[in-house]
Design a protein around this ligand. Structure first.
Ligand code: NDP
Length: 285
């Protein structure tokens, strides 16, 4: 039987509607409107689209969006000054620095400058540490969305074999940590993994976060597995595809996420959720 497709767009839409109600109530009760500042340095077209989509999502859900579009020639000092200003700005509850930053910028230094209390991406070492120790303040948006998509299947994560392909700080590692906290038995694969297909074949839950089009093929997937595709790849013909060969893997997986319309929309919904949580914390709620 073909897999059930996990509709990230519909899930994200439902979450955004709930967020919109929460924002309305929070403002009514406390006068606080959750504010999200997005910083984009340079003119990377994909990053510009992401930042624009995040701004539109903020507006639609009733949050206060602030956009800072800086030229690629911006100095590190100027960027740090802006981050410090936003750290102090009471209208702002979340700060997002769109990655990648232009070459020559020290991304670590910039991300470390964001106040951990406003670090809605969850990239600051304080938030990474809190995630690892099981006391998270902000859970990184894409990994948080991935877990909610798995939960939407109604399957219990506890005791399942989960294989995460990719070990980046923004996706692979935090997803693995979240699955571990939910009592999955977790394996992380990467470019040096021996017999990767054999390892992935053992998985009840597969998370693909590689950045290679159609990398996960049916021979790597156990029948009935939950397959979450984080990858976003643009083919030469302009088509957007994930890391999973969706058309063929869906014939044997139990559940599968599409690209586009899967993890991407959930990531934005989680960003709004983190910003609202931050504003509620400030409001003492
Ligand atoms: P990175 O490039 O930082 O990491 C990719 C990982 O994949 C690395 O750990 C790398 O291994 C591993 N890898 C690469 N090639 C292979 C291979 N042949 N076999 C096994 N492992 C391999 O990517 P990100 O984690 O930032 O992103 C991954 C994908 O997810 C991208 O397509 C990105 O666009 C997408 N993405 C989507 C988001 C969304 O909202 N939907 C959000 C963030 C990312 P090694 O460490 O050994 O080099």
């Amino acid at each position: 039987m073909p897999a059930q497709v996990i509709d990230g767009k519909a899930l994200a839409q439902a979450i955004r509607e709930k967020i919109s109600e929460e924002v309305h109530l929070l403002e009514k009760d406390t006068g606080i409107k959750p504010g999200l500042a997005a910083i984009l340095v340079g003119d990377d077209p994909a990053s510009a689209v992401y930042v624009r989509n995040k701004k539109i999502a903020c507006e639609k859900a009733g949050l206060y969006p602030q956009e800072h579009l800086l030229p690629a020639s911006t100095s590190q000092e100027t960027l740090l000054k802006l981050v410090h200003q936003l750290n102090e700005d009471p209208r702002i509850h979340g700060i997002l620095v769109q990655l990648p930053l232009p070459p020559g910028m020290d991304s670590q230094a910039i991300l470390h400058a964001v106040s951990p209390e406003k670090d809605v991406d969850g990239f600051h070492p304080v938030n990474v540490g809190r995630l690892v120790t099981g006391d998270p303040m902000f859970i990184p948006c894409t990994p948080k969305g991935v877990i909610q998509m798995i939960d939407s299947t109604g399957q219990d994560i506890a005791g399942k074999r989960a294989v995460v392909i990719g070990r980046s700080n923004i996706v692979g590692k935090p997803v693995a940590m979240l699955l571990l906290h939910r009592h999955a038995t977790v394996t992380i694969c990467h470019s040096r993994t021996k017999d990767l297909p054999g390892v992935v074949r053992e998985a009840d839950i597969v998370i693909a976060a590689i950045g290679k089009p159609l990398f996960v093929t049916p021979d790597m997937v156990k029948e009935g597995a939950i397959v979450i595709d984080v990858g976003i790849n643009r083919l030469a013909n302009g088509k957007l595809v994930g890391d999973v060969d969706f058309g063929r893997v869906k014939e044997l997986a139990g559940w599968i996420t599409p690209v586009p319309g899967g993890v991407g929309p959930m990531t934005i919904a989680m960003l709004l959720q983190n910003t609202v949580e931050s504003a509620k914390r400030v409001a003492g709620k």
